[in-house]
Design a protein around this ligand. Structure first.
Ligand SMILES: *Cc1c(COP(=O)(O)O)cnc(C)c1O
Length: 374
């Protein structure tokens, strides 16, 4: 690879001296399930985000599922979410027997379109027999969704707001509010390729609500009460492993610097690529975590070949909107087409933005794109 889409080996060299003693310590104390590192990491991450509670769980998908379980989502409920996202966002709604209702997105930010959200809620309320219950806002590619607008719509209709922050940990919204406090419940992922990734699966849930936080602790261990064999609700086996918590503690030592570097790379790309492709929109006052730098061009398939031929990492997130996925097509009868999501799937391509690329790497990516589109 001339320039990798993501380079975890470079990161590993940087954290090696900090990481290895932490791993040895876990193996020595042997508390692999809910060992002390889990609680320490939860506290550290909650403080960093300004959230009252953080509960470590087994994946981002489980974090989303548990968020919906805790607010009581079930059959007959409608949950609104963008059609242009990773499938997990919709899957957890359907697993609980509720109906995912797909909403179109904004082509500049890739995030849920507030006016289409408002329209869709009214349509579902009037014509579907489903009960609107929650909005899942996705912070796609690391950029926080338009939470002020989303929260206003949620209070108009009495809905809960769940933040799918799988890609946006480390991002900042207006007024300096960090991801973790922007929704009633925020779910994130530590999948290795996310901005804060572990060496396996992992996730976390943030909330300021004490009762919800207690529910998450119960649900992640089979629905237990404070006594381990007093089972008071349906739960899961969905804990964050101690060894992953130790890895995450180590990665936290470089996380701020990594986000800074991602931001610096995004600025270089903005300056070099505008005019050649559509660059991602940066709403005033909001700072993305830059999980991905995603550009749009009508010559996307051509550009993909050019980048791949030059050994430059690239990916298409996402090739198909969720309302066209086989598992979810049953929903299309109550919905019209979602033209922006459909167009984006044909035009987007994500290019390398990992914190360990050099300025030379950035130049190589830029020059390859410019030459390829000439
Ligand atoms: C990665 C991702 C998830 C799922 O996270 P996992 O930890 O892989 O389960 C959910 N939503 C979005 C938007 C994601 O990018």
């Amino acid at each position: 690879m001339a320039v990798a889409l993501i380079d975890l080996q470079a990161q590993r060299e940087v954290i090696r001296a900090d990481l290895e003693p932490r791993l040895s310590a876990v193996m020595a104390h042997g508390k692999f399930i809910l060992g002390p590192e889990v609680n320490e990491f939860e506290r550290e991450l909650a403080d960093k985000c300004g959230a009252r509670y953080c509960v470590g769980v087994s994946s981002g998908t489980d974090a989303l599922l548990m968020a919906l379980m805790a607010i009581g989502i079930s059959r007959g409920d409608a949950v609104f979410l963008p059609a242009f996202t990773f499938p997990a966002t919709a899957e957890v709604v359907a697993l609980l027997g509720a109906t995912p209702v797909f909403v179109d997105v904004n082509e500049g930010t890739f995030n849920i379109d507030s006016s289409h959200l408002h329209e869709t809620i009214i349509k579902i309320q009037k014509h579907s027999g489903l009960i609107p219950k929650a909005i899942m806002a996705v912070d796609l590619f690391g950029l926080p969704a338009a939470y002020d607008e989303i929260r206003a719509i949620a209070s108009e209709f009495g809905l809960r707001v769940i933040g799918d922050a799988a890609q946006s940990l480390g991002a900042e919204y207006l007024r300096g509010d960090k991801v973790g406090v922007l929704a009633d419940v925020t779910a994130t992922s530590f999948f290795p390729a996310k901005p804060l990734g572990c060496y396996g699966d992992g996730g976390a849930i943030f909330t300021d609500d004490e009762e919800l936080a207690a529910l998450f602790v119960s649900i992640r261990a089979h629905g237990k009460a404070s006594d381990r064999y007093d089972i008071v609700r349906l739960g899961l086996n969905a804990r964050l492993d101690t060894i992953q918590a130790a890895i995450l503690q180590s990665k936290m030592t470089v996380f701020d610097a990594e986000i800074e570097r991602r931001r610096a790379i995004s600025l270089k790309y903005d300056a070099a690529l505008s005019g050649y492709v559509h660059i991602p929109e940066k709403p005033e006052g909001i700072l993305s975590a830059w999980a991905q730098y995603t550009i749009r061009t009508e010559r996307r398939d051509h550009l993909k070949n050019v980048l791949s031929d030059a050994n430059i990492g690239n990916a298409i997130y996402y090739p198909k909107p969720l309302h066209h996925q086989t598992a979810y097509v049953q929903n299309t009868d109550i919905l019209s087409s979602l033209p922006v999501s459909e167009a984006l799937c044909k035009e987007v391509i994500s290019i390398p933005i990992h914190p360990y690329m050099s300025d030379n790497d950035i130049d190589m990516v830029v020059e390859t794109i410019k030459k390829g589109l000439h």
